[in-house]
Ligand binder design. Structure first.
Ligand code: PLP
Ligand code: MN
Length: 367
C-alpha cells in the first residue's frame, strides 16, 4: 500500500500529488495578518478553500477568529475534526438539511448561519423548537450587495426579514453578511475598490437601519481575497472572509497581483513524448480544474493544454530545454478551491522535504 510519510522527499512522491510550499504559505498568512489585523477587523477565513481543520487551526494561531464554511456538510466535518467556531455562509434549505443543522447545533453551539428568506427562517426555528434545544442559534441576515446569488435586497425587504426572524424564539440575529463575490477577480484595482466601497455602503447602511429598528447587530461580515483590503477601511465592517490568499491561483495572481505567492502546486510526471517539443503529463481534468482558464506550469516556458480527464500536454518553444519521459513538473492551479476538492491530501514541504501531511477533510462535501 502506498503510504507516503513525513520526512520523504517531494521527489519521491507519486503523482499527481498536491504539494504546498510551507515557507510560501506561511508568508501568505503573515502578509494577510500584518495587513488586516491592525485595522481591528476580525478575520474569519473561508475554509471552502482549504477544506482542512488543521489549516483552520493554523490560521487561528496566526490571529484569525473562527472560520467560514460554504456548506452544512463542510461544517459537520470540520467541527467533528475539532474546529467548530464556524459561520455557514450558504442558506440552509429543505427538511433534510434543516434536520442535519439541528443535529450539528446540538453538539456544536458556536455554529452560526445565514438566512435570506422568511420560509427558511421559519423552518429552522420550528425544527429547533421541536428539538428541545433552548439556546437560540446565532443568525446573520444575508444581504445581496450586488452579486445576485443569495441575500435579501437592502432596504425594506431586509428590515421585513429581520422583523420576521426577530419574532422567532429559536433564532437570534447577531449580524449581517453581504458578500461581493462578483468583484473579487476584477483585474482593474481602482474599479474593484470603487465597486467594493459601493457594496460596503449598502452593507453598512443596512446594518445601521437594522440597529435603528432595534436589532443588536454585532457582526458585519464580508470580503474575500480580492476585496478584504478595501472592506477593512470601511467603518462599520468588522469581519472579513478571505480564503484563497493562503494558496492563491493563476486567476487571482492575474487579478490582484503577486502580493501573495502561489504556494500550492500539483506535482505531475511526464508520461509520454508526443513530438520534438511536446509531452504528455499525468494531470488532466481530474487533477486541475479549467473553469477559470488553464493551469500553468511553474516553469512558465512550458505551456499547458488539456488532453482529457487524466492527462495534459506541455509544449515549448525551440531553445527551451526539452522535457522527457519521467521528468516531474509543478503545475499552478487556475482556480484553487475546486482544484483542492479533487485531491485527498496536502503534502506540505520545506525545501523539498515533506514536513506535514494534511487530509482534505471536507473534500466532496457539497451538500
Ligand atoms: N465569502 C463567501 C461567502 C464566499 O463565497 C467566498 C468565496 O467564494 C469567500 C468569502 C472567499 O473568497 P476568496 O476565496 O476569493 O478569498
Ligand atoms: Mn473560488
Amino acid at each position: 500500500m502506498y503510504n507516503p510519510q513525513v520526512g520523504d522527499k517531494v521527489s519521491d512522491l507519486d503523482t499527481p500529488s498536491m504539494i504546498v510550499d510551507l515557507d510560501l504559505m506561511e508568508a501568505n498568512i503573515k502578509k494577510l495578518m500584518d495587513k488586516l489585523l491592525p485595522t481591528g477587523v476580525n478575520i474569519r477565513p473561508h475554509l471552502k478553500t482549504t477544506k482542512s481543520a488543521v489549516l483552520a487551526q493554523k490560521l487561528a494561531a496566526a490571529g484569525a477568529k473562527g472560520g467560514c464554511v460554504a456548506k452544512l456538510s463542510e461544517a459537520e466535518v470540520i467541527a467533528e475534526a475539532g474546529f467548530d467556531d464556524l459561520l455557514i455562509t450558504c442558506e440552509i434549505i429543505g427538511p433534510v438539511k434543516v434536520k442535519r443543522l439541528v443535529a450539528l447545533y446540538q453538539k456544536h453551539r458556536k455554529i452560526r448561519i445565514v438566512i435570506d428568506s422568511a420560509v427558511g427562517a421559519t423552518a429552522i426555528n420550528d425544527a429547533l423548537a421541536a428539538s428541545g434545544i433552548e439556546e437560540p442559534i446565532c443568525v446573520l441576515v444575508d444581504l445581496d450587495v450586488g452579486l445576485h446569488r443569495t441575500g435579501v435586497a437592502a432596504g425594506e425587504p431586509a428590515l421585513a426579514l429581520a422583523r420576521h426572524i426577530g419574532g422567532l424564539k429559536h433564532l437570534k440575529i447577531i449580524g449581517v453578511q453581504g458578500y461581493e463575490g462578483h468583484l473579487q477577480h476584477l483585474h482593474d484595482r481602482a474599479d474593484r475598490e470603487q465597486q467594493c466601497l459601493a457594496s460596503m455602503k449598502t452593507l453598512t447602511e443596512t446594518a445601521d437601519a437594522l440597529r435603528q429598528a432595534g436589532f443588536d447587530i454585532q457582526v458585519v461580515t464580508t470580503g474575500g481575497t480580492g476585496t478584504a483590503e478595501f472592506c477593512v477601511t470601511v467603518p462599520g465592517v468588522n469581519e472579513v472572509q478571505p480564503g484563497s490568499f493562503i494558496f492563491m491561483d493563476t486567476d487571482y495572481r492575474n487579478a490582484v497581483g503577486r502580493f501573495y505567492g502561489n504556494s500550492l502546486t500539483i506535482l505531475s510526471t511526464v508520461v509520454s513524448k508526443q513530438g520534438p517539443r511536446a509531452v504528455t503529463i499525468d494531470a488532466g481534468l481530474k487533477s486541475l480544474t479549467t473553469d477559470s482558464g488553464l493551469a500553468e506550469c511553474k516553469d512558465a516556458r512550458y505551456a499547458y493544454g488539456v488532453l482529457g480527464d487524466e492527462q495534459g500536454s506541455l509544449v515549448w518553444e525551440e531553445g527551451t530545454p526539452d522535457l522527457d519521459v519521467g521528468d516531474v513538473v509543478e503545475m499552478i492551479p487556475s482556480h484553487i478551491d475546486p482544484t483542492i476538492n479533487l485531491h485527498d491530501f496536502y503534502y506540505a514541504h520545506r525545501n523539498g522535504v515533506v514536513k506535514e501531511i494534511w487530509p482534505v477533510d471536507s473534500r466532496g462535501k457539497v451538500q
